[in-house]
Design a protein. Structure first.
Length: 190
């Protein structure tokens, strides 16, 4: 009877030890799936995971420093690192300037600790106050940074985040800022 049962069932199945990758109950995020470092649920896009580009520019819209954070990170948390990343500017006379004279920002940056940080660095804050100033007044200066973001997102690689690695995406944003400055320089010299 035992021999008949073995013939009907066939050989015993092997446990999947011959696979290259061990099987897990929970599938890992693959190369074609979205996600990665510096992503988070977007508060304005139905909670989809995404990233946010932060930038500081000069009066002409050239990016001085850029950064990337998760979409759910508040803008005010990235301001200090952006200000620290501003490179030295060569002036006509005297030593190199390490900071701009003033910084224009919208109501998202209206916090006392950010104003103190800017003043200790010798930068006059021109930040719209929440509940006091109308958004129309800031519009005279806001178009400059909006144009900078339009220049950065003009590079197709940055409109949708394809890179899973956060360092690669930051590198592409920095490269786009450098190319923007280079293109602007070529336009002014020719």
């Amino acid at each position: 009877m035992a021999q008949a049962a073995r013939r009907r069932l066939g050989p015993a199945r092997r446990a999947r030890v011959d696979r290259l990758v061990s099987c897990h109950r929970r599938r890992r995020v693959g190369a074609g799936e979205k996600g990665g470092g510096l992503t988070g649920p977007s508060p304005v896009d139905r909670g989809k995971s995404g990233s946010k580009i932060h930038a500081l520019s000069d009066r002409n819209g050239l990016p001085l420093s850029v950064g990337v954070s998760a979409a759910n990170t508040h803008d005010s948390r990235c301001l200090e690192s952006l200000v620290q990343a501003i490179p030295a500017v060569k002036s006509r006379r005297g030593p190199r300037r390490r900071h701009p004279d003033k910084l224009h920002a919208d109501k998202g940056y209206d916090y006392p600790h950010l104003r103190r940080m800017l003043r200790t660095r010798g930068i006059r804050p021109r930040i719209a106050r929440r509940g006091i100033e109308s958004p129309n007044r800031l519009g005279r200066h806001r178009w400059v940074i909006e144009r900078t973001f339009a220049w950065l997102t003009g590079y197709r690689r940055l409109t949708i985040r394809y890179e899973r690695s956060a360092s690669l995406y930051c590198a592409f944003v920095t490269l786009a800022a450098a190319l923007t400055c280079h293109n602007r320089y070529l336009k002014l010299t020719t």
